[in-house]
Design a protein around this ligand. Structure first.
Ligand SMILES: [Zn+2]
Length: 488
């Protein structure tokens, strides 16, 4: 292959022949060409020096001084400034949106292939603080990886960046300062349990509530689609006990940190033990709106189980009937339902799409990691076996971070499987969860001498088979999107 240093943009030469991504070649407002090239160390941005990128200078074949830009945060900031499409924006108001968190910083090309032509707007950078901690990354790094990939692919349709499951004002400010355009506020620490409380106990816990009584009790609460909610005193008090603190917390965060900024605000009440009853969802939404909170999306905790990386566990009919009301509440207050832990919930996707009339946000993340490990099982069975054995050994530690009901006895022993059968493990829910929740341990595991146990070998494989990874993602995420839109 010819060298990228010989490529002269605007000369009519085919960029691909020189190891340059054709979709990336662009002129900045200042007139300097910028493009992404392949190097043995991975993709890098090259620019004519007047653009201002920092890095190693070289003379191009036509004599122009160019820079092989470092993968630094500073350069990513400049990239976003020169090419605004490489910066995230608030896109949640679009009808269909999908969060495609990329824990490895490698999945964006596949995610873009999956969404292109689907009518979905992607939230390409989407990471919780828990994920940052487990992978040893930063909000800046996650966003920069997405920006560089968006630039490389020439994707100009718009995308978002979600600081996911943020729990404190400090975390919210950190994500905002890093340029995130969506804040998902996790209210779980402010949600209380009202389990087993009698009406008397609820009354005692709530104190005077005459104003609320007048607002909620003894009337038909009419929602779009002819849905009517009747709130009993007990249900109202229960809602107040469970969600009262969360409403005050979310309202405070909104007014002190979000209001007036061009960001999408998601309220997450999904990470709790008890499912959000539809009338409680109504209560929380109404109370937030009363306090002037502009909600873009809300994530209730649905009935049944939304465990990571596997299909829905529970009664699909009950899910349907409750989703109908959740969707009507969201419509009444002008926001969208957000479905968390949305990967692989194939049995309820058609209901989500239908009952929300196509207005929803779906969050996925771990499933893209699983596809990356599936690629390892296909391309390097020996490495996969090593990683699988490690995951089995450390599974217990990982369950401190994720709620799963995995039965390791249902994972076939490695020695019973031929190399060709290894990818089949990714059809097995228990094996999926084994690999899913151990991602942080796998990525940060070290040998005795302190060097990474798996990380470097994994990244080398993923870089070599980048196109195969994009293909797996296009197929797998694409299947999510088509089931959600009824195009399957
Ligand atoms: Zn969640």
């Amino acid at each position: 292959m010819k060298d990228y240093k010989d490529f002269i943009p605007g000369s009519g030469a085919d960029p691909e022949e020189y190891g340059v991504f054709a979709s990336s070649v662009r002129k900045s407002g200042k007139g300097a060409y910028v493009y992404t090239v392949r190097t043995p160390e991975g993709d890098r941005i090259v620019s004519e020096s007047s653009a201002g990128f920092k890095g190693e200078s070289f003379a191009r074949a036509d004599g122009m001084t160019c820079v092989l830009a470092e993968d630094s945060h500073e350069n990513a900031e400049l990239l976003r400034e020169l090419f605004p499409f490489a910066a995230p924006s608030a896109v949640l108001a679009e009808k269909r949106t999908v969060g495609t968190g990329d824990r490895l910083g490698l999945a964006t090309p596949g995610h873009l292939r999956a969404v292109s032509g689907s009518g979905f707007f992607p939230i390409l950078a989407q990471q919780s603080v828990r994920e940052l901690t487990l992978t040893g990354r930063t909000f800046e790094d996650v966003l920069d990886c997405a920006s560089r990939a968006v630039f490389r692919e020439g994707y100009t349709a718009g995308w978002g960046a979600d600081g996911d499951h943020l729990k404190t004002p400090e975390e919210v400010e950190y994500a905002l300062a890093a340029g995130y355009t969506m804040i998902t506020l996790d209210c779980s620490a402010h949600i209380k349990s009202a389990k087993g409380m009698s009406l008397e106990e609820l009354r005692a816990a709530c104190g005077p509530y005459d104003a609320l009584k007048e607002e909620y009790l003894g009337k038909d609460i009419e929602l779009p689609g002819g849905i009517v909610i009747h709130m009993s005193e007990e249900s109202l008090l229960r809602a107040l006990v469970i969600y009262g603190g969360a409403v005050e917390f979310a309202s405070r965060i909104y007014h002190e940190h979000i209001k007036g900024r061009p960001v999408d605000f998601e309220i997450s009440i999904d990470e709790t033990d008890a499912p959000t009853l539809p009338e409680h969802h109504y209560f929380a939404a109404r109370e937030l709106v009363k306090r002037g909170v502009e909600i873009t999306t809300m994530a209730p905790r649905f009935c049944g189980e939304f465990q990571k990386g596997i299909d829905y566990i529970g009664d699909v009919e009950q899910f349907r009937s409750e989703m109908k009301v959740h969707a009507a509440v969201a419509k009444a207050f002008g926001y969208k339902i957000s479905v968390h832990s949305g990967s692989d919930k194939f049995s309820v996707f058609p209901s989500v799409g239908e009952l929300t009339e196509g207005h929803f946000h779906l969050k996925t993340a771990g499933t893209s990691w699983l596809e990356a490990v599936k690629l390892v099982s296909i391309k390097d069975p020996a490495l996969y076996r090593e990683l699988h054995a490690f995951a089995l050994e450390h599974f217990g530690e990982a369950t401190a971070y994720y709620h799963v009901t995995t039965d390791l006895d249902r994972v076939p022993p490695l020695e019973s499987l031929s190399d060709g059968e290894l990818p089949g493990l990714f059809e097995n829910s228990d094996a999926r969860q084994l690999i899913h929740i151990t991602y942080g341990l796998i990525l940060t595991a070290k040998k005795e001498d302190g060097s990474p146990l798996f990380r470097d070998r994994l990244y080398a494989l993923w870089n070599t088979y980048e196109d195969d990874y994009a293909e797996l993602l296009e197929r797998h995420i694409g299947r999510h999107l088509s089931m959600l839109t009824g195009r399957c």
